[in-house]
Design a protein around this ligand. Structure first.
Ligand SMILES: [Zn+2]
Length: 293
């Protein structure tokens, strides 16, 4: 069934980019609304839906844009909503980005998890019949048919502290909350210095990111031995949530990121449109026939 939240919930915190305090209010939304951001700091309170057509920037973050109005760093919230199965909600903001919290999806999970309510209409499900993929020279993301929602991820950095990490999880609400949601975002000290030099990532600190120095990780401790690859799974869940329905399939990602993930999401949108043309507008679970590439 589709799900929303029972009541309005407020959450405030520092923004990664601006470094300023940001206030957000999460509101219940009707069946079929989807996930909608509302920029209450702008006149007319413009609304930006989380959907593939509104993707703006995929360079190291996921941001959305509609009619010139943007909302940044939405991926951890989108992952939390996907992991909790919430598909109708409004998020009112007084800034162009979300609070970064602790760099993971846990603040959003904690806020929302006991406030979920079922709505009187089934969700559609994306179920590929054949593999779909996107790739560049050394990066791949592949969606295979499966009876479960599984993500397998490999990262590989040419860095003395972080090399290869691998993880595979069947994503249920339980595994998401326990194994994926707590994994924090990460960055390399060199990059952080350059971002600060350009007036970016002003709110970034060891409180909301794992920072990887030349010879060691600067944070006191990690939440998981392979926290970095788990965070990449978190980001991927956020990216693929833009398809707007749960996925029954196995995603295998090798060194992928927002950009490549979104290319595959676009292919899935294409299959969905073909499916719609073939099947008309049937409600309920719909199988989408994938095609090669
Ligand atoms: Zn992230």
């Amino acid at each position: 069934m589709q799900q929303t939240i029972k009541k309005e919930l407020a959450y405030s915190g520092v923004g990664l980019h601006t470094g300023e305090q940001i206030h957000s209010v999460f509101k219940p939304a009707a069946i079929g609304t989807g996930i909608v951001f509302v920029r209450q700091d702008l006149s007319g309170e413009p609304r930006i839906k989380a959907c593939p057509e509104n993707v703006n920037n995929t360079l190291r973050e996921l941001s959305l844009k509609k009619n010139g109005v943007e909302v940044h760093t939405v991926e951890h919230l989108l992952a939390a909503l996907s992991g909790l199965g919430i598909n109708n909600i409004e998020i009112c903001l007084d800034a162009h980005e979300l609070p970064i919290g602790d760099g993971s999806a846990i603040p959003f999970v904690e806020l929302l998890k006991d406030e979920i309510i079922s709505q009187d209409k089934p969700k559609k499900v994306f179920r590929p019949k054949e593999p779909l993929w996107s790739q560049t020279e050394d990066k791949q993301v592949i969606l295979l048919p499966s009876d479960e929602w599984r993500i397998t991820y490999t990262i590989d950095f040419d860095h003395p502290v972080v090399k290869t990490q691998f993880a595979t999880f069947v994503i249920t609400q339980e595994t998401f909350v326990k194994e994926i949601a707590p994994a924090r975002t990460f960055g390399f000290l060199k990059e952080v210095k350059s971002l600060h030099g350009r007036g970016l990532a002003k709110g970034g600190s060891l409180e909301n990111a794992i920072i990887i120095g030349e010879t060691k990780i600067l944070n006191d401790s990690l939440r998981f031995e392979n926290e970095l690859v788990r965070h990449k799974i978190l980001d991927l869940i956020g990216d693929f949530s833009l398809i707007g329905m749960p996925i029954l399939g196995h995603i295998i990602a090798i060194k992928s990121g927002h950009d490549l993930n979104l290319k595959l999401v676009q292919k899935m949108v294409g299959r969905l449109k073909e499916g719609r043309l073939k099947e008309g507008s049937k409600e309920g679970n719909r199988s989408v026939k994938g095609e090669k590439g």
